[in-house]
Design a protein around this ligand. Structure first.
Ligand code: SF4
Length: 402
């Protein structure tokens, strides 16, 4: 029995299993019990202001809809359905997931898709993180990359930035203040008319190859299987600075031959990617929300490139023997649209990437559907994930060294 979880205007959460909630998978419908799991540790319940829950008995005018925000390592299968007041405030950029009650317990529409100690929530003693940052900054005071990732560690709790100071796992190497896309849900720069703050403030300067290389070499000296990654949440598109990245890679490989040099990118510039590969790039993670040109363009709003360039970059990286992951920005109703899965299948048949990270896209579902459209037919997110695995492609959520 799936019952309704909702809250009141003060945010107090209630369960009522006399109502059957409706979920949204692009098509509003009841959830299947086997699409739900008990809310995992680290789940955050979130009130959806100005939005009323939809049930099989209609809209509940007196109640407020809720959603769950999943911890890392899970992929969302359904989003909440709601009836929004015309004056309802825009929802901030989070991965809203359908939540309901089963046997008096909160359940969420999700599946576990990855595991990594490095991505478990981190708890620092009072002042502990600060002292680690200060000690390192004092050792290289002129390094602006170090100053930037210190800010990201402190202000945004960014794991890959903190890893630079904790000397573990994947370390962040931000490069570019500019971008050649205008993603509807950009986390580093939102357009004023969106009415939404971006979760992070985009860097406003061009980092140097010398600063980047010093941070990377320090990391690889201490983390034998470490990953150093250009392209982070706090910046624009790194390929716009491929000359600097190539110089940094040459400087890193001039001192260290261990670990992995990775690039997170929107894949917009195949020839710039070639330059980085020629310099010694070993792995690349290309972000996209769709394998269909119209849905890609509607979300990324690309400037001077298109989905074809992105797919060409992926082909080149696979052909050059890099470790290739796709950062698939998933959203129920889009990722599992029958035409989307057909387009993905056709691409993966021809281009065998190593891994697809099924990243939950952080955006107001109504906003996203308004941008890319609702489906006529879906196969369900579990089917979409199964199709990826059927190509022998690893499904996960994190960049792994092996
Ligand atoms: S590609 Fe990245 S930085 Fe550029 S607009 Fe999209 S999310 Fe923002």
């Amino acid at each position: 029995m799936i019952g309704l979880a909702y809250c009141d205007d003060a945010g107090r959460i209630y369960f009522d299993d006399t109502y059957t909630p409706l979920a949204d998978g692009g098509i509003v419908r009841e959830a299947d019990l086997d699409e739900l799991i008990p809310a995992p540790a680290g789940t955050v319940e979130m009130m959806l202001p100005g939005r009323r829950p939809l049930t099989t008995d209609g809209v509940l005018e007196e109640d407020v809809a809720i959603a769950a925000i999943l911890p890392a390592g899970y992929t969302r299968l359904l989003v909440p359905s709601y009836d929004a007041d015309p004056a309802a405030p825009a929802l901030p950029l989070f991965g809203y997931t359908f939540a309901a009650v089963v046997e008096d317990q909160l359940y969420v529409a999700a599946v576990k898709t990855d595991e990594s100690d490095d991505w478990k929530p981190r708890l620092f003693e009072e002042g502990e993180l600060e002292s680690i940052l200060d000690a390192r900054l004092a050792a290289d005071p002129s390094n602006r990359v170090l100053a930037q990732v210190a800010l990201c560690s402190r202000e945004y709790g960014c794991f890959t930035a903190q890893n630079v100071f904790l000397e573990r796992g994947e370390a962040a190497l931000p490069v570019s203040p500019k971008c050649n896309a205008r993603c509807v849900g950009c986390i580093s720069e939102q357009e004023p008319e969106s009415g939404l703050p971006s979760p992070q403030t985009r860097i406003d300067f061009e980092t140097t190859a010398a600063d980047l290389a010093r941070v990377a070499v320090h990391h690889l000296e201490r983390v034998p299987e470490g990953i150093v990654s250009f392209g982070q949440g706090c910046e624009g598109e790194p390929l716009l600075r491929s000359v600097t990245i190539a110089r940094a890679i040459e400087a890193i490989r001039g001192e260290r031959d261990n670990g992995t040099i990775n690039l997170n990118t929107n894949g917009s510039m195949p020839s710039a990617l070639q330059r980085c590969i020629d310099a010694g790039l070993q792995a690349v993670r290309v972000s996209l929300n769709s394998f269909r040109p119209h849905a890609y363009a509607a979300y990324y709003r690309p400037i001077g490139y298109g989905l074809d360039d992105v797919l060409e970059s992926i082909r080149i990286a696979v052909a050059r023997g890099l470790r290739v992951s796709l950062n698939l920005l998933t959203h129920p109703g889009v990722t599992d649209d029958v035409d989307e899965i057909a387009a993905m299948d056709a691409f993966l048949d021809a281009v065998p990437v190593h891994m697809i990270q099924t990243r939950t896209l952080n955006i107001d579902p109504a906003w996203y559907f308004a941008a890319v459209g609702r489906p006529e037919q879906t196969l369900g997110m579990r089917e979409a994930i199964a199709r990826i695995a059927a190509h022998g492609v690893r499904v996960g959520n994190f960049t792994h060294t092996h």
